[in-house]
Design a protein around this ligand. Structure first.
Ligand SMILES: C[S@@+](CC[C@H](N)C(=O)[O-])C[C@H]1O[C@@H](n2cnc3c(N)ncnc32)[C@H](O)[C@@H]1O
Length: 241
């Protein structure tokens, strides 16, 4: 299961190419697609990864074999209806858009077979709300103001690392959370622990946090510098067999 594939099925294709037998993709919103660009995307994926066998005919979105796509279907609605269990439930840059991602994680966990895997890449940045300003400016707005500004328009829920960490701990899930981004640092990392990140990157992001700390809104004031510096994570949890 991939939640929120967005513009194309590149992730699903790579799963199918690497031995997965069937993929279900659900997306709350179906983006408008430009057929010419889509064709170029599938041709490029195809020539890079040699995926001909995964298509019924010429490579295109509609010709992907063993993919079920449910546009207009939210994660909350899908998992709320007790679907048949999955081997893996994954997403990329989606959980930060959910109103209650922790409740959604509970529902996904229930929808995993024993031995199954949750794998979510979560982007904790401001999604360009304050482009050009301090990268943590969005954490200076009070809860009611932020909710009023972002209601129903898909901007991030501002759930940072600590609630995810506390949640998996409380559930007792065998989980690992790797860090993929730091505030104010360009580029991303391959899901590392804090201690494994480059020294200069850690220092730079901690300095970025210090700059804005006096202006932070209440829920963020009490957080450790390190937690505020973490701007992207991968959460992996395996359900015991
Ligand atoms: C930032 S895009 C990420 C798209 C793609 N995964 C990527 O990495 O480029 C967020 C995606 O999540 C989907 N989404 C947002 N809320 C959702 C929900 N509650 N259930 C399912 N999909 C959702 C959106 O429709 C959109 O396709």
């Amino acid at each position: 299961m991939e939640i929120g594939p967005g513009d194309n099925f590149g992730v699903a294709l790579l799963f199918l190419a690497n031995g997965v037998s069937n993929v279900v993709a659900i997306d709350k919103f179906a983006p408008e697609r430009d057929p010419t660009r889509q064709a170029a995307v599938y041709q490029a994926l195809n020539s890079r990864h040699n995926l001909y066998q995964l298509f019924d005919g010429a490579p295109s979105e509609d010709a992907i074999k063993n993919l079920v796509y449910l546009p207009g279907m939210s994660a909350e609605r899908y998992f709320g209806n007790a679907p048949p269990p999955f081997d893996a439930v994954i997403s990329r840059a989606v959980l930060e858009h959910l109103d209650d991602p922790l409740a959604a994680l509970d529902a996904m966990w229930a929808g995993l077979r024993p031995g199954g895997l949750l794998l979510h890449r979560i982007d904790l940045r401001d999604h360009g709300m304050f482009a050009g300003a301090h990268p943590l400016s969005f954490l200076t707005l009070s809860g009611w103001l932020y909710r009023a500004m972002t209601k129903e328009i898909g901007l991030p829920n501002r759930l940072l690392l600590p609630p995810y960490r506390a949640f998996v701990k409380a559930r007792g899930w065998p989980a690992r959370i790797g860090i993929t981004r730091l505030a104010g640092v360009a580029g991303d990392f391959p899901a590392l622990a804090w201690e494994q990140l480059p020294d200069d990157a850690r220092r730079q992001s901690l300095a970025v946090v210090k700059e804005i700390r006096p202006r932070l809104a209440a829920p963020f004031r009490g957080m450790a510098d390190q937690d505020l510096a973490i701007a992207g994570i991968v959460l992996v949890a395996e359900k015991p067999s």
